[in-house]
Every structure is written in C-alpha cells, then in structure tokens.
Design a protein around this ligand. Structure first.
Ligand code: NAP
Ligand code: ZN
Length: 347
C-alpha cells in the first residue's frame, strides 16, 4: 500500500478538505500514475453534495485525470514509465459477459466508476483529486503527444460524453446539430461537432457567451430566454444534445427538431422529464440519453482530438481553491472547465 494525498468530501454538506488514504500495491496488470492535472466536472459536485442520492463518504472526486506513468506491473505491455496517460470515468467493468465485445462496457452492470464506486474486492474507489492513482492497464488511455496535458484532462469526461452521441447520431457534413448549454460539456460539443463537419448552433440561456461560442466553432448562437428563438428555429435540427441539468421546457426543444430528429440528454436533471406525445408523434422524433463512452471510443476520441488539435478551454486552479471553483461552476461562472494543478497538493 502507498499513502496518497488528496482532497475529499467527508459528507454532503461540508466543503472538501485535505485527506490522506491508501492506494493498493500495483498488481501485475496495474499502471501507477503520478497525477498532473484533474478536471472539475459538474458530476463531481452532484456526487460530493449527494445530489443523486448514491454517495459514499469519504469521497475523493475527479474523473478527468491526466498524468505520467510512475511504475507498471510485470504484465503491462502498452505503457512504460514516463508515458503521458489519462483515466476517465471508470476503472473496471464486466469481464465475463459476451456483451463486453460490443465495446459498450459503460452500459453494462459491473461497471466500477473511478470514484464513489467499489472495486471487485470491495475497496471503495477514490478519484483524481489526489497525487497518484493505481489503475488496471485496460482502463488507461494514451494522451496524444501534441496535446498539452492540462487542457487535455477534460477530454476524459466532457470530451467523450459529447463525442460518443455525436458519432452515434452521425453528426457530420449536411447535419444541423444544436448544443444546449455552453458549459464544460457543451463547449467540447461545439468544438467536436464543428471538427466533424456539422453545422453547429449553440442554444444558451443568454447571448453573454456568443463571441466565445462562435470562436469555438459554432455557426449560430441563440438565447433560450428569448421566446422568439423557439419560433424562429422550429423544425430546424437533425440532432440536439442537451447538457443542461436543470428543469427546462422539453417540449419546446423537441419542437426544434426536424422529422426523424433526435433530442439526446447527457445532462441529468433531478426530476422526471415531462414530454407531450404531440412533441414526438407528428414528426417521428425521438428522445434518448447517452453516457460517456467505452474505453475503445475514448481512445478514438483522444486520437481524433490529437489529429484536429482539440483541447478544452481551461482555467487552472490550485487544489485548495476547489470549494470556490464548485460555487463558480454552480453559478455557470466558468470559461469553460476548471482544471486542478496537482503540483499544488504535493507542495
Ligand atoms: P456545467 O459546466 O455546469 O455546464 C452546464 C451548462 O448548463 C451551463 O454552463 C449553462 O449553460 C447551462 N445551465 C445551467 N443552469 C441552467 C438552467 N437553469 N437552465 C438552462 N440552462 C442552464 O456542467 P457540465 O460539467 O458541462 O455537466 C453538465 C451536466 O452533464 C451535469 O448534470 C453532469 O452531471 C452531466 N454529465 C453527464 C455525463 C454523461 O455521461 N451523460 C457526463 C458528464 C457530466 P449556458 O450558460 O450556456 O446556458
Ligand atoms: Zn464527468
């Protein structure tokens, strides 16, 4: 066992605070990673505050992890000491079921999430707000050499969460795609959909980030607080990806879809989503959900980002600024992802 230094939530109502815990001794198939940077996802806040009702404490959040390989087990073949690597939202998954071959392990029972989860041996998992992590080789990703490590960290969750539905619903030339919410996930969606060749529209609450949105690659930008947006854009989109976790007028957004259009939820609102049949039936529209992506697809996304030079827009913080950063994310006051510099915890 090796002692790790991190920051943890000790219960849902307390701020995160310094926390020391043990990481396992590396097994033959493990990679030990010195964490350099960790992104701050809104899911970290939901779970640290037990907003999904499934939190275990103490909890070291963080699932947008990048770092350098410090050591490898004797059977590890794909990584060596000094490699630039990443770890995303899960660190193990079902190994027995045949469906694993479909590369959809994120949807199978037996998924072991990076934190607020439990390993097969019963140990609670602890995430990336810490100085190092020990992860099975099969769940470690390679970060392309041309991408800066700090700005690549958010690709491990925000990046793959948008890449996967954009690919699945075939965003590309000739397709009109709308991204709802220009936050951590949303801004990655704009960059990725633009790089795939789609015509991209941002639907944000106001026009305050319009200039940024257009620079990120959006072709159009509309305020959802303006009711005219919903009349002007009725029947416009092939695909709408909604990154918002709040209660919004779902029927109004469904009416923006063309015939056969899809509204895909990636943000997870607390309450049920009320949808009127008339928003779906007369145009054969669908409403769906999507969760992160498989390890294979995450590596594909990282390689795509390497080819297109895509990274996140980040604001780097020190570990002790995390509670203030959480407040700012909740207020939508972030351009566009906080990334923790882990040197600050080692100092
Ligand atoms: P974020 O950075 O806070 O972005 C969310 C955006 O939603 C905000 O920037 C804001 O955009 C918009 N918004 C916020 N409050 C709103 C309101 N009351 N009405 C309308 N729009 C509102 O969060 P994130 O890290 O991107 O995560 C977004 C959601 O996705 C979270 O619920 C997170 O847990 C979830 N998530 C899901 C997956 C998955 O696999 N499905 C993966 C990661 C995260 P504007 O200012 O532009 O309006
Ligand atoms: Zn996340």
């Amino acid at each position: 066992m090796a002692t790790a230094r991190g920051y943890a939530a000790t219960d849902a109502s307390k701020p995160l605070a310094p926390f020391t815990f043990e990481r396992r001794e590396p097994r033959d198939d493990d990679v030990v990673i010195d964490i350099k940077y960790c992104g701050v996802c809104h899911s970290d806040i939901h779970q640290a505050r037990d907003e999904w009702g499934n939190s275990s404490f103490p909890m070291v959040p963080g699932h947008e992890i990048v770092g350098i390989v410090r050591a490898v087990g004797s059977q590890v073949t794909r990584f060596k000491i000094g490699d630039r690597v990443g770890v995303g939202c899960f660190v193990d998954s079902c190994t027995t079921c045949a469906k694993r071959d479909l590369d959809l392990e994120q949807y199978l029972p037996g998924l072991v999430v990076t934190y607020n989860g439990v390993e097969a041996d019963g140990t609670p998992t602890q995430g990336g707000y810490s100085d190092h992590i020990v992860v099975k080789e099969g769940y470690v990703l390679s970060i392309p050499e041309n991408l800066p490590l700090d700005a690549a960290a958010p690709l491990l969750c925000a990046g793959i969460t948008l890449y996967s539905p954009l690919r699945h619903w075939k965003a590309g030339p000739g397709k009109k795609v709308a991204i709802v919410g220009l936050g951590g996930l949303g801004h990655m969606g704009v960059k990725l959909a633009h790089a795939m060749g789609a015509e991209v529209t941002v639907l944000s609450q106001t026009l305050s980030k319009k200039e940024d949105g257009l620079k990120l690659g959006a072709d159009h930008y509309y305020a959802t607080k303006d009711p005219e947006t919903f009349t002007k854009l009725a029947g416009s989109f092939d695909l709408i990806i909604c990154t918002v976790a709040a209660e919004i007028d779902w029927n109004a957004y469904l009416n923006l879809l063309k015939v056969d259009g899809d509204l895909v939820l990636v943000g997870i609102p607390e309450n049920p989503v009320p949808v009127h049949a008339f928003s779906l039936v007369p145009a054969r529209r669908s409403i769906s959900g999507s969760m992160i992506g498989s390890i294979k697809e995450t590596q594909e996304m990282l390689d795509f980002c390497g080819e297109h030079g895509i990274v996140s827009e980040i604001e780097t913080i020190r570990m002790e600024q995390i509670n203030e950063a959480y407040e700012r994310v909740v207020r939508s006051d972030v351009r566009y992802r906080f990334v923790i510099d882990m040197e600050s915890i080692k100092a």
